[in-house]
Design a protein around this ligand. Structure first.
Ligand SMILES: Nc1nc2c(ncn2[C@@H]2O[C@H](COP(=O)(O)OP(=O)(O)OP(=O)(O)O)[C@@H](O)[C@H]2O)c(=O)[nH]1
Length: 307
């Protein structure tokens, strides 16, 4: 993938809900090989951009956009960054944008469309198959989630529960009857459902511009943390907490860890070789319960502080 015969630069938008696997997918693309001089733009919803640390692209052509959701508050910034990149002496040969987990990729597609120098390559939507039923049953999440699926030209599903593949894929197909749907868990035979020739009668989804109702907090966690206590606390707030991630020290090990909570799954991964501050980012629905979670996390961080 590199500038086409009209000199336009291909743009790939990588979207999907919180924790769906966007960064992991982008890392896979990078490992398999993307054109040299590709520009990667990573947006995180929150004041610190953990995702930038997760992307294994050791190149100065990586931009981070933090402190807001790319599709609304950062629309202008993104357009400016793209315009600036296209004016560079050595223009990027391809552009990849990883959106925040609550972004509507359609808005980014709109920005790309107004540039005569960009060409939309594809809009990928990652889906955590284990969360499909939960998201569909939750009015707060459903609108965002459906808009993301709806904007996609390709849907990549992972973590599909055994025996439920067909039923869940059909749910996705109902929302977006034209996108190609692939099961990432099945190596080789990934294609579940290809683009159909059916007339697109999909209802139009659009995420409210203000992305209201979402909240992201980032907490300093300087002292080594009791991993079980932290996990139990976070899992106890699963009704309002949609995603948690950060770099932390554990009491039972000496190294720094990348901590991730997505769906009901908790993952600790040694972040060896990486130094830096220890912070935890929590993203969820704003309200009293989310504030309560933040207070309890602050208490936990304080109680872990060495005397
Ligand atoms: N089993 C499995 N786990 C995955 C897959 N993709 C991602 N994960 C796990 O899901 C968690 C979130 O993955 P990320 O790639 O950071 O997800 P994301 O969509 O970039 O997350 P946000 O940017 O926070 O919205 C991590 O713990 C990953 O290891 C997958 O294909 N299979």
């Amino acid at each position: 993938m590199s500038p086409n015969s009209h000199g336009k630069v291909p743009l790939t938008v990588i979207g999907g809900f919180l924790g769906a696997g966007k960064s992991s997918y982008l890392n896979g693309l990078i490992h398999r090989g993307i054109p040299e001089q590709s520009l990667i733009i990573v947006n995180d919803f929150g004041d610190i951009n953990i995702d930038v640390e997760l992307i294994e692209y050791h190149n100065d052509r990586m931009l981070q956009l933090s402190n807001g959701c790319i599709c609304c508050t950062l629309g202008g910034t993104l357009a400016e960054r793209l315009a600036k990149a296209m004016r560079l002496h050595s223009r990027p040969r391809a552009i990849f944008i990883e959106t925040s987990g609550i972004a509507d990729p359609a808005r980014i597609v709109d920005i790309a469309k107004v540039s005569a120098r960009l060409e939309l390559a594809e809009v990928v939507c990652l889906v955590d198959g284990g969360q499909i039923m939960r998201y569909q049953a939750d009015r707060f999440i459903e609108e965002t989630w459906c808009a993301q699926l709806h904007a996609a030209t390709r849907i990549l599903v992972n973590r599909l529960p055994c025996g439920e593949e067909e039923r869940l894929i059909q749910r996705l197909r109902d929302i977006n009857p034209t996108a190609r749907i692939e099961n990432m868990d099945r190596q080789g035979a990934g294609l579940m459902s290809s683009r159909s020739a059916a007339v697109d009668t999909r209802p139009r989804y659009r995420i409210p511009v203000a992305a209201g109702g979402w909240k992201s907090v980032s907490l300093s966690m300087h002292s080594p943390i009791d991993a079980k206590r932290l996990q139990d606390l976070l899992l106890g707030f699963r009704d309002v907490l949609l995603r948690a991630k950060g770099f932390l020290h554990r009491q039972d090990c000496s190294s720094r860890y990348l901590f991730q909570l997505s769906g009901e799954r908790v993952n600790w991964q040694p972040a060896s070789g990486k130094s830096g501050s220890c912070r935890l980012v929590c993203i969820g629905r704003s309200g009293e319960r989310f504030d309560r979670l933040v207070t309890e996390l602050q208490d936990l961080a304080r109680s872990e502080r060495p005397h």
